[in-house]
Design a protein around this ligand. Structure first.
Ligand SMILES: Nc1ncnc2c1ncn2[C@@H]1O[C@H](COP(=O)(O)OP(=O)(O)OP(=O)(O)O)[C@@H](O)[C@H]1O
Ligand SMILES: [Mg+2]
Length: 240
């Protein structure tokens, strides 16, 4: 589904070059649940933004479902973003004066979906994240974890092929973060949703099936593991 080959992102700052991504090759299949880890400044958010078509690489190729993203026009990119990608951020990014339901309906408006259908889909997405009884609440009437659930519902509302999350538990306490991670896992298990999560938390990463490690803009590790087990213990189980 995702095929990235020799992707680079170079920022020019005056006469200085920042090589945020310095030759990334990765294949991520449909239905994967993967984590991206790495030190601050290593290029994780840059990579996620490119995966989500929020940004384009300086060079290299990105094929999404066989389509060459680097060749798309801005309009085509916006269309892919609307239809295939759901994004979740550390700071929820909800509209403050707007109910949970309206927050979730908004991207469906951009996608050109009619009023009635919009409401149906938004209610369904909120139900999926366990917020059926909080639809009329505004963000400041919800806990941090509930706000992040609204953001996840918003990302899910147009049934994206890929759900991308940049440190979705970073602003939450560890118990709430664990609940959010459990939600991502449930979405992955029940709906075969492809989920890619950037995280600093090894506990979060260990609950995915694969951890990509990046440092200085390159991939330095790619470990497959069973939910909740480290790559080492999977190796041990396999060898018995
Ligand atoms: N718009 C930009 N202009 C210039 N340099 C940038 C820009 N965005 C990111 N960078 C640089 O690219 C590098 C990678 O940044 P990125 O945000 O991808 O790191 P990160 O791994 O997500 O870090 P963190 O864990 O702190 O969020 C950093 O050195 C950063 O300073
Ligand atoms: Mg980042």
């Amino acid at each position: 589904m995702i095929d990235i080959s020799d992707v680079r992102k170079i920022y020019k700052m005056g006469d200085q070059e920042v090589r945020a991504l310095d030759g990334i090759d990765v294949h991520i299949g449909k239905g994967e649940l993967a984590a991206i880890m790495g030190p601050s400044g290593s290029g994780k958010s840059t990579l996620l933004a490119i995966l989500g078509c929020l940004d384009t690489p300086t060079s290299g190729s990105y094929k999404l479902d066989g389509l060459a993203v680097e060749k798309m026009t801005d309009n085509q990119l916006a269309d892919v973003r609307n239809k295939k990608i759901g994004f979740v951020f550390q700071q929820f990014m909800l509209l403050a004066r707007t109910s949970a339901l309206e927050n979730v309906m908004l991207p469906l408006t951009y996608a050109g979906i009619s009023g009635k259908e919009r409401r149906r889909r938004a209610e369904e997405a909120l139900e999926r994240v366990g917020l059926k009884d909080r639809m009329g609440h505004r963000p400041n009437e919800l806990s941090g974890g509930q706000q992040q659930r609204v953001a996840i519902a918003r990302a899910l509302a147009n049934s994206p092929a890929i759900l991308l999350a940049d440190e979705p538990t970073g602003a939450l306490d560890s118990k709430t973060g664990a609940d959010i991670m459990a939600l991502f896992r449930r979405l992955h298990d029940e709906f075969e949703q492809t989920v890619i999560i950037v995280t600093h938390d090894p506990g979060i990463a260990s609950q995915t099936n694969r951890t990509l490690r990046i440092a200085d803009g390159i991939i330095v590790g790619d470990d497959w593991h069973v939910n909740g087990l480290s790559p080492d213990s999977v190796g041990e189980i396999a060898s018995h």
